[in-house]
Design a protein around this ligand. Structure first.
Ligand SMILES: [Zn+2]
Ligand SMILES: [Zn+2]
Length: 280
């Protein structure tokens, strides 16, 4: 199924389905290679600040409020004759969200450093932490898991709400399909990291979540393991993971990286590798 063999997975990624809190020890180095005891993971986890948490809570409340408002408006203006378009919009919304999940994940994994002003600590840090302690996400609560994803939807779901408030019913009808697409895109972007968290959860998932994973409606656990094989250079899409297959086939990410490296001289994943090697 994937592009990594069972041997690759065993030697170059953390065993997530073991119940030992995932602190694999490398026999020669006597240092944890992954997990919460890894020196880099401890340092990165300690950089999650109170200010960041407040920002996440504000964004979650605002985003969920806007989504509820938009959903009510979509219901009020729903025309049953358009139902088939809405199903098409749902599909396009899912695929577009999967694409953005891959693009943002790839960009944060591949370029930049935790030391960059503003974005380093707030945005790049969780991606570095996730590679050296992949199951930390399963210990994060709803706010820490979902705050950033809900935040990025705010500009366009706020603009949707503004249109509902200022447009005439005729103008809303004229844009209804586009608004449905935007709404579903926003929903799927918002739930991306929750789907990602479930893909790392090997114990205690509700049966309906594992069913959605087994039918590959959301990101399956076995599928996402492929990304977590060092050096983390493929399978970046994490909403459903559907686009990972065609992107692998056309070598989308390596080509993109080669172009950027040729233009800027930056080495892909240089910062990620530094954190992986951190021992004290
Ligand atoms: Zn990653
Ligand atoms: Zn992951």
């Amino acid at each position: 199924m994937g592009v990594k063999t069972e041997t690759d997975i065993f030697h170059h990624s953390m065993l997530e389905d073991d119940p030992n809190s995932n602190t694999q020890i490398d026999k020669e180095e006597v240092k944890p290679r992954w997990g919460p005891q890894h020196a880099g993971a401890k340092e990165l986890a300690s950089q999650y600040t109170f200010g960041k948490r407040v920002q996440e809570i504000i964004c979650l409340v605002l985003s969920i409020g806007l989504m509820i408002f938009n959903f009510i408006q979509l219901c009020i203006h729903f025309n049953p004759a358009n139902a088939h378009y809405i199903i098409i919009c749902a599909g396009l919304g899912i695929v577009t969200a999967d694409f953005f999940s891959g693009l943002v994940h790839w960009a944060a994994d591949t370029w930049g450093t935790v030391e960059l002003p503003v974005v380093g600590k707030a945005f790049i840090r969780p991606f570095r932490e996730h590679h050296i302690d992949p199951t930390a996400i399963t210990r994060h609560d709803f706010v820490e898991t979902n705050g950033d994803n809900f935040a990025v939807t705010i500009p366009f779901i706020a603009s949707m709400a503004y249109r509902f408030l200022t447009y005439t019913p005729e103008q809303i009808q004229a844009e209804y399909n586009w608004l449905s697409f935007l709404f579903l895109l926003g929903i799927f972007i918002s739930v991306t990291n929750q789907c990602h968290k479930w893909s790392h959860t090997y114990f205690g998932l509700p049966w309906y979540i594992t069913l959605l994973q087994d039918y590959h409606i959301i990101l399956p656990r076995k599928h996402h393991r492929i990304h977590h094989v060092a050096p983390h250079e493929t399978y970046y899409c994490i909403t459903t993971g559907w686009l990972n297959y065609p992107f692998e086939y056309i070598r989308f990410w390596p080509r993109f990286e080669a172009a950027i490296e040729a233009l800027t001289g930056s080495k892909p994943r240089a910062d990620d590798l530094q954190w992986a090697k951190k021992v004290s």
